[in-house]
Write a protein that binds this ligand. Structure first.
Ligand code: BGP
Length: 469
């Protein structure tokens, strides 16, 4: 069948400040947790920023944004997802007043996007809690973070609310279960973090998300606020009911975040998890009221599906942040992430059926090692593997649209090469644009169009018509 994408479908690409801006101490920016995470989530944080941390310079988007946005425009991007670095706006997180130079940077970026008619899609917090909040408060375990986050979001809505319609509160909010430092700014090592503190931190983020949703609507009723979750559809390894049940439990652990954001209350299965873990959440009456401020749409990242089994002995392997039993029917990327285009159609249907809120795919893509070559005297990457991956996934998106799913748009992850979140490498590349920078920090930072650049341009230009089955 031919894939039909709706008119006005928001095609684009996605990024995060800490992974590509660089300029980690420029113009009054404070340190964020990422500035002391040179190994992403595969190694411990350092006491202070160290030279081996590729994020300190990133791909220098901070100083090259105009050139890069022009390349996105050349591909025909309708939207561009980026995050605002909290510590550029509030260098310590708990400051009383914002840093004007930080705010001015995003004004300049928005000018550039407007110039090209690209709709901004802004993540308020993408794995970059100000380091001071981690050190002083142990991140989101402390209730006071709600107030600091609200202050930050208020400044953003007031400053950019007339120019930015689509906002996401926390990137991959469910990642906090597995990566409490990256997703929750919690410095207590994961092994020492009590369930009580972890779930309390989750509660604080959920309340903060709901409170800023209300705030946004108060400031400008036109604003559209979305939650953002990692989507990992979980299949039972076999039809054994124990496997099916385990898969359901595993799905529930993730769906809970969307349930709270869309329904305004904790689901029963989640309360049971808390009871069985001996956790007593500190919830005030005001919290319960706040949670009722549900989101306008649901956004998610999709890279992998997983299997589950009732057999605890079976080995679980890590995909995107979460682990599961490997699926014998699927191939994996070089980083072991299992590739499952059909899973994207499944999850789109699951979310739409469950929440009946517009959906937005804000991350999807293949992390691969690319080789820069010369074709007809022009430097490029012949990334047919990436084209194939994206084509297959987008074909399934088309199928989901035919199933009746309401989808606002699709932004590929890392539309320009950037530093990986999990392993902090540059060699794990996702982009349509190659950036000359290597894992050892060497490179000219020059940009080159990959083969997928022209391919995506054609997909956008034909509104999906050029995709193949
Ligand atoms: C998501 C994050 C992104 C991003 C992406 C790819 O978890 O929201 O920040 O990096 O995954 O992951 P990685 O960079 O680890 O390959």
């Amino acid at each position: 069948m031919t894939t039909t994408f709706p008119e006005g479908f928001l095609w684009g690409g996605a990024t995060a400040a800490n992974q590509f801006e660089g300029a980690y101490d420029q113009d009054g920016k404070g340190l964020s947790i990422q500035d002391v995470m040179p190994q992403g989530i595969v190694g411990p944080p350092t006491a202070e920023p160290t030279e081996d941390n590729l994020k300190l310079e990133g791909i220098d988007f901070y100083n090259r944004y105009a050139e890069d946005i022009a390349l996105f425009a050349e591909m025909g991007f309708k939207t561009f997802r980026f995050s605002i670095a909290w510590s550029r706006i509030f260098p310590n997180g708990d400051d009383e007043t914002p840093n004007e130079e930080g705010l001015a940077f995003y004004d300049r970026m928005l000018d550039e996007l407007e110039k090209h008619g690209i709709e901004p899609l802004v993540t308020i917090s993408h794995y970059e809690t100000p380091l001071n909040l981690a050190r002083k408060y142990d991140g989101w375990t402390d209730r006071r973070l709600i107030e600091f986050f609200e202050r930050y979001a208020k400044v953003l809505f007031e400053r950019y609310g007339s120019r930015v319609k689509y906002w996401l509160t926390f990137n991959e909010i469910n990642a906090i279960m597995h990566a409490p430092l990256m997703a929750g700014g919690i410095l207590t090592p994961k092994e020492e973090l009590s369930k009580q503190d972890l779930y309390q931190a989750i509660h604080h983020e959920l309340v903060a998300s709901a409170r800023v949703t209300r705030l946004a609507h108060e400031i400008n009723p036109e604003l559209k606020i979305g939650c953002m979750v990692i989507a990992v559809p979980t299949y039972p390894l076999t039809p054994n009911p124990r496997d099916v049940l385990k898969a359901m439990d595993s799905d529930h652990a993730n769906l809970a975040f969307g349930d709270v954001h869309c329904r305004g209350d904790y689901p029963g299965y989640f309360l049971r998890t808390l009871r069985e873990a001996g956790v007593e959440l500190q919830i005030t009456d005001q919290d319960r009221e706040d949670l009722k401020n549900t989101v306008d749409f649901v956004s998610f990242s999709y890279y992998v599906s997983a299997c589950e089994s009732g057999d605890p002995e079976l080995e679980r392997v890590q995909g995107n942040i979460m682990a599961g039993v490997p699926n014998p029917h699927l191939e994996a990327s070089e980083w072991g992430w299992q590739i499952d285009p059909v899973g994207l159609r499944i999850v789109l249907n699951q979310y739409w059926d469950r929440w009946q809120k517009p959906l937005f795919i804000v991350e999807n893509g293949l992390g691969a090692r690319d080789e820069l070559v010369e074709v007809d005297g022009v430097k490029t990457v012949v990334d047919d593997y990436r084209i194939d991956y994206l084509n297959q996934h987008l074909h399934q998106v088309g199928e989901a649209l035919a199933d009746g799913v309401n989808l606002l748009g699709y932004t590929t992850w890392g539309c320009i090469d950037l530093v990986s979140a999990s392993t902090a490498q540059l060699s794990k590349r996702y982009g349509f644009i190659y950036v000359d920078r290597n894992d050892d920090g060497s490179g000219t930072l020059e940009r080159y169009r990959k083969k997928s650049f022209d391919w995506y341009k054609e997909v956008i230009n034909t509104n999906g018509g050029s995709l193949t089955a």
